[in-house]
Ligand binder design. Structure first.
Ligand SMILES: C[S@@+](CC[C@H](N)C(=O)[O-])C[C@H]1O[C@@H](n2cnc3c(N)ncnc32)[C@H](O)[C@@H]1O
Length: 206
């Protein structure tokens, strides 16, 4: 049981959710093109995948996708999509595997602002990123003057990705889209693992 379970059945019916996934995917393809990163044939992890709104858009490009989410109900919806589309290369998982998976791409769409320990989660994820691999996250920008601030600040994302050893760290507005009068302008944070093979760290190791 997860707090997110109750949203699963209607998640894909939400126009804002679909627009967010479109925006994330467009910003990912644009980033990949700008840094010469080939999305085709990559082994990917969609962490905090929900019903797989981003997995959907990556499925035809990636060699395989591990779609990880702690909500059993979200994964149930994703399993239905896998069956309908016939996607044997998409693996729904309730947690990250214990051993390093050598992903070439890790995407985290609107999840890292919700985890208990952002820095530790990034550290764990990066244990699965192969040399030269690309890490990308999208999150709501935290506004510290809000009564109940949520999301992440640009400084926290930059500090965390740089401290984790990623190269070419960049943080900015991922995309902007207006749905039913509400404008979404989430942050995108990204970085590459150095291609030097000895700079990688194993899952769980530092
Ligand atoms: C806002 S939803 C985003 C879902 C999907 N990425 C999307 O953009 O449509 C956040 C998702 O993160 C998942 N989540 C929260 N904490 C998590 C964790 N520690 N590990 C994996 N998934 C988590 C939730 O179950 C939920 O499905």
């Amino acid at each position: 049981m997860s707090d997110w379970d109750e949203y699963a059945a209607d998640w894909d019916e939400n126009a804002a959710v679909r627009a967010y996934a479109d925006g994330a995917f467009a910003s990912l393809t644009s980033l990949a093109a700008s840094i010469g990163f080939d999305l085709d044939g990559v082994a990917a992890c969609d962490f905090g995948c929900g019903t797989g709104t981003l997995t959907d858009r990556l499925a035809d490009r990636c060699e395989r996708i591990d779609a990880v989410d702690t909500s059993p109900a979200m994964l149930t919806v994703l399993r239905g999509k896998i069956e309908r589309h016939g996607w044997p290369h998409v693996r729904p998982l309730g947690e990250l595997p214990a051993t390093p998976q050598g992903y070439g791409l890790i995407v985290c769409s609107s999840v890292l602002g919700f985890v208990d320990d952002y820095a530790t989660t990034v550290e764990t994820l990066l244990g699965h990123l192969e040399p030269g691999g690309l890490f990308v996250q999208w999150d709501w920008e935290a506004n510290p003057v809000d009564d109940e601030p949520y999301g992440l600040t640009r400084a926290a994302i930059a500090r965390t990705l740089e401290a984790s050893g990623l190269d070419d760290v960049a943080v900015g507005i991922g995309f902007e889209v207006t749905v039913d009068g509400d404008t979404m302008r989430p942050l995108i944070g990204s970085g590459r693992r150095s291609s030097a093979p000895d700079s990688g760290r194993g899952a769980g190791g530092c």
